[in-house]
Design a protein around this ligand. Structure first.
Ligand code: UDP
Ligand code: MG
Length: 346
């Protein structure tokens, strides 16, 4: 079970007492999946630089690494990944590397690639659109340094600015998945999460191709501190997730972390068979007593259609699991890197 804590500040004195982090050499890695983020990268690099400067003041022994993943962008994202770290001064403070995919593999694949490449003692993933404010990194780090937690995760407290219908479905999804799976998935949790090396290795040890990271984070366990924050709009560009793609993502989450839908379809099958037997007995008795009048065709049709529909639904549910098994057994790579490199430290 994940430990849920109320948001608040771990006092600095406690942190200093609990660890000798002030003198220990540690490395912080930031993984940034980017898909068509040309409009945001300059500002992002500038904000990250400022955040690193702040951290350096408090913890001078921390070194930084940034891993950009270009997830098959169709705009100038890759060019900006190569130039923005230098113009913003980010490459002076941090070792900046990038991996560019051969096509768009999705954010999950991007995060997996970045976590695999990251070498830090502490690793976080972060959106490039500044919806995950780099300024919060320092506070997140200090909580991890207290030694009491393995990860610090961000949780948005309001769904302001989101279409009401989307909020409704999102809430319903979180309620449902927590009821039917053993992965503890928190409503409003972002993928912005600072983790210890031990937890990152655990996340990477789950080798599945259909990756539902929100579930994986919960599934691996460890102690998580939840920091609440106000959600902000992206600074530029547009979200890559439509309602439909989020819906598919939700189905992915359910199929990856719960087999309850299979159990439900069996239960419905058993229930209907039971009803059918009772119905048969009633009909037999009625025919024996009153004779067999041909009547009730409409109700018969309704029953046939209803049961037929349920059977197809059951097969669909089964098929969803079967399809996941199929993609897992093919063992295709989660992503393909076309180009990789390191930004010169200047
Ligand atoms: N992203 C990605 N691949 C994709 C879609 C998105 O790497 O196929 C990245 C995107 O560049 C951003 C992060 O994932 O850094 C979150 O995406 P977005 O801001 O569109 O999602 P939202 O914040 O609206 O959930
Ligand atoms: Mg975003």
């Amino acid at each position: 079970m994940l430990e849920r804590e109320k948001a608040g500040n771990v006092t600095d004195t406690k942190i200093e007492k609990a660890s000798n982090i002030q003198t220990e050499k540690k490395r912080l890695s930031v993984v940034v999946p980017c898909y068509n983020e040309a409009a945001t990268l300059d500002a992002f690099c500038a904000a990250l630089t400022a955040s690193f400067q702040g951290i350096s003041k408090k913890y001078p022994h921390i070194s930084f690494e940034v891993v950009f993943i270009n997830d098959g962008s169709t705009d100038a994202t890759l060019d900006l990944i190569k130039t923005a770290p230098q113009t913003s001064g980010l490459s002076v403070l941090a070792q900046v590397r990038y991996f560019s995919f051969s096509r768009n593999f999705g954010k999950e694949a991007g995060m997996y690639a970045g976590l695999t490449a990251a070498t830090g003692d502490y690793v976080t993933t972060m959106d490039a659109d500044l919806q995950d404010p780099p300024a919060l990194l320092r506070e997140m780090l200090s909580i991890l340094f207290s030694g009491q937690y393995d990860s610090v995760a961000m949780r948005r407290v309001s769904r302001k600015g989101e279409p009401p219908i989307r909020s409704f479905f999102a809430r319903a999804f979180y309620k449902l998945i927590n009821r039917i799976s053993d992965a503890d998935i928190v409503d409003g949790a972002r993928d912005f999460r600072l983790m210890s090396r031990q937890m990152v290795d655990a996340v990477l040890s789950l080798q599945e191709r259909n990756r539902f990271t929100k579930g994986i984070f919960g599934w691996v366990g460890f102690k998580t501190y939840w920091l609440e924050y106000e959600h902000t709009d992206r600074i530029a560009g547009e979200t890559s997730f439509s309602f439909w793609s989020l819906f598919k993502y939700a189905i992915e989450g359910i199929v990856s972390f719960s087999s309850t839908p299979l159990a439900i379809s069996s239960a419905v099958g058993i229930f209907l068979s039971f009803i059918a037997v009772i119905f048969m007995i009633v009909l037999l008795v009625r025919a024996a007593i009153f004779g067999d009048a041909v009547a009730g065709w409409p109700s018969l049709m309704c029953t046939v259609l209803f049961v037929g529909g349920l059977q197809l639904l059951g097969i669909g549910v089964l098929g969803a699991y079967q399809a996941r098994t199929y993609t897992e057994t093919k063992k295709r790579p989660i992503y393909i890197v076309k180009e990789e490199g390191e930004i010169e430290q200047s």
